[in-house]
Design a protein around this ligand. Structure first.
Ligand code: HEC
Length: 135
C-alpha cells in the first residue's frame, strides 16, 4: 500500500464509479416501475373514460330516436303529427312502404320537392324504422 499512494484513491474512485452505475440501474428500474404504474393508472382512467363514453354513445343511439329525427328533419314539410303540410301526409306511410323503401326515399329524396340525404346513417335508420311503424 505504502508503495503506491494512488491505490487508496483508485479504490475509492472505483467504488464510487461502481456505486454510480449500480444506483443508476436501480434508478432506471424504479423509473420503469413508476412509468408502468402511471401508464397502468392512465389505462384504467382510459377504461373508465371509455365506459363513460360507451354510456354516452349508447345514450346517443337512443337519441337517434326515429320520432325525434322526424320532428327535427321532416316535420316542417310532413307535419308534426304526420298529417302533411308542404309534403304529403305520412300517417299511414308504413302500409305503403317498407322500412327499406322509406330509407331509400330518405337517401334519394322524392323529386322534385323533397331533397335527398336530409338525414343519414343511424338517424335515417331510426326514422325509417319509426315511419314504417305508422300504418
Ligand atoms: C322540403 C320539404 C320536405 C322535407 C324536409 C321532407 N320531405 Fe318528404 N316529401 C316532401 C314532398 C313534397 C313529398 C312528395 C313529393 C311528390 O309527391 O312529388 C315527399 C314525399 C315523401 C315520402 C313519400 C310519400 C308517399 O306517399 O309516397 C316519404 C316517405 C317522405 N317524404 C319521407 C320524408 C322523411 C323521412 C323526411 C325527413 C328525413 C322528409 N320526407 C323530409 C317534402 C319534404
Amino acid at each position: 500500500m505504502s508503495k503506491n499512494p494512488v491505490i487508496p484513491y483508485a479504490l475509492i474512485a472505483g467504488i464510487g464509479i461502481l456505486l454510480v452505475i449500480v444506483i443508476s440501474f436501480v434508478g432506471l428500474n424504479q423509473q420503469e416501475a413508476i412509468q408502468e404504474e402511471e401508464s397502468g393508472e392512465e389505462q384504467s382512467e382510459q377504461q373508465e373514460g371509455q365506459s363513460d363514453g360507451g354510456g354516452d354513445s349508447s345514450g346517443g343511439e337512443t337519441a337517434a330516436n326515429g320520432e325525434e329525427v322526424y320532428q327535427s328533419n321532416c316535420a316542417s314539410c310532413h307535419g308534426q303529427d304526420l298529417s302533411g303540410a308542404a309534403g304529403p301526409a305520412l300517417d299511414t306511410i308504413g302500409s305503403k312502404y317498407s322500412k327499406d323503401e322509406i330509407k331509400q326515399i330518405i337517401a334519394d329524396g322524392f323529386p322534385p320537392q323533397m331533397p335527398g340525404g336530409l338525414v343519414q346513417g343511424d338517424d335515417a335508420e331510426a326514422v325509417a324504422q319509426w315511419l314504417s311503424e305508422q300504418q
